[in-house]
Design a protein around this ligand. Structure first.
Ligand code: SAM
Length: 286
């Protein structure tokens, strides 16, 4: 296991996993339109079997299970907390199950699935081509892959605006290498195309998908801004950038980001654009 991979396992079984459990409802509201657009692109049909990669607390697995009816959905995730939450939510629902495993080497039978799907769960592999090679073997011949991933951080205003607001308050954030696992590691279309082709997929397509994210809500615009601020300081790139800063710097950053969100608020909502790719591909026929 590489150091990068160990870090991902630790993070999703530690702070990130916990925060995703605590804020599941908020994250589902934020990401709902993105996941739904990828489900529409995936065209799940009644009776199909689907693997939901990096399924988190299971929201998209449940949506897919509704579409396949008597078919079956398996959600796989590396985070014990998130899989536990998904299992609690599933209760005794019979057409969905959850597996705690690393999707890049999970023990899944070959040629079992009609569709591999993911909502923002495939950007964290340290050997992405190796992971997709492994996952492709779980697909039936002519089976489909459909996932949604973020485009670059500089195209995503929900990251760009707060990071621009704190510029100068903290030392410049050194960007991760393009191939380092992380939320924006699939922003480069050429890189993703190569990963999927190296893994043996064909007919790879990329469709840009942009959608407003309601980042904060409140009875008043001021309350919505405070809601957005609380979330940005809790989860995502801004919270990571400020994690080791002093209370004084964090307070100044808070004021700067508050001013940036004030430009985005209307009718009790802070709304910021999110920019993603919907990626589809096929497993070749036998
Ligand atoms: C950004 S979250 C998305 C979660 C979920 N798909 C959603 O949209 O709510 C990324 C998810 O990928 C999972 N993950 C990261 N690396 C993984 C791996 N190697 N195998 C399986 N899951 C992984 C994390 O634990 C996390 O739940």
């Amino acid at each position: 296991m590489t150091v990068q991979h160990q870090q991902q396992v630790k993070d999703w079984n530690g702070e990130s996993g916990e925060r995703w459990v605590v804020h599941q409802l908020w994250l589902d509201q934020m990401l709902g339109a993105f996941g739904a657009a990828a489900i529409d692109a995936a065209q799940p049909a009644v009776g199909e079997t689907i693997l939901d990669i990096g399924c988190g607390a299971g929201t998209t697995s449940f949506a897919l299970a509704e579409r396949v009816a008597e078919g079956h959905v398996t959600g796989v995730d590396i985070s014990a907390q998130l899989i536990e939450r998904a299992k609690e939510r599933a209760g005794d629902q019979s057409n969905v199950r959850f597996l705690l495993a690393d999707a890049s080497n999970a023990d899944v039978p070959p040629a079992q699935f009609d569709l591999l799907y993911s909502r923002f769960g495939v950007m964290f592999f340290d050997d992405a081509a190796g992971a997709f090679t492994h996952l492709r073997r779980a697909l039936k011949p002519s089976g489909r892959l459909a996932f949604i991933c973020w485009r670059g951080a500089n195209e995503n205003d929900w990251v760009r605006l707060p990071m621009k607001a704190i510029k100068g308050l903290i030392p410049p954030v050194v960007p991760l290498p393009a191939d380092a696992p992380g939320p924006f590691s699939f922003g480069d279309k050429g890189r993703v195309q190569k990963i999927l082709e190296d893994a043996g997929f064909v007919d790879v397509t990329f469709t840009p998908f942009d959608h407003d994210i309601i980042y904060g809500r409140g009875e008043t615009n001021e309350a919505a801004i405070e809601d957005a601020l609380a979330m940005a300081f809790e989860l995502g790139p801004l919270s990571r950038a400020l994690a080791s800063e002093s209370e004084e710097v964090r307070e100044r950053a808070c004021d700067a980001v508050r001013a940036a969100y004030a430009q985005q608020v209307q009718d009790g909502r802070v709304t910021i654009n999110g920019a993603a790719w919907i990626v589809t591909a096929l497993n070749p026929a036998d």
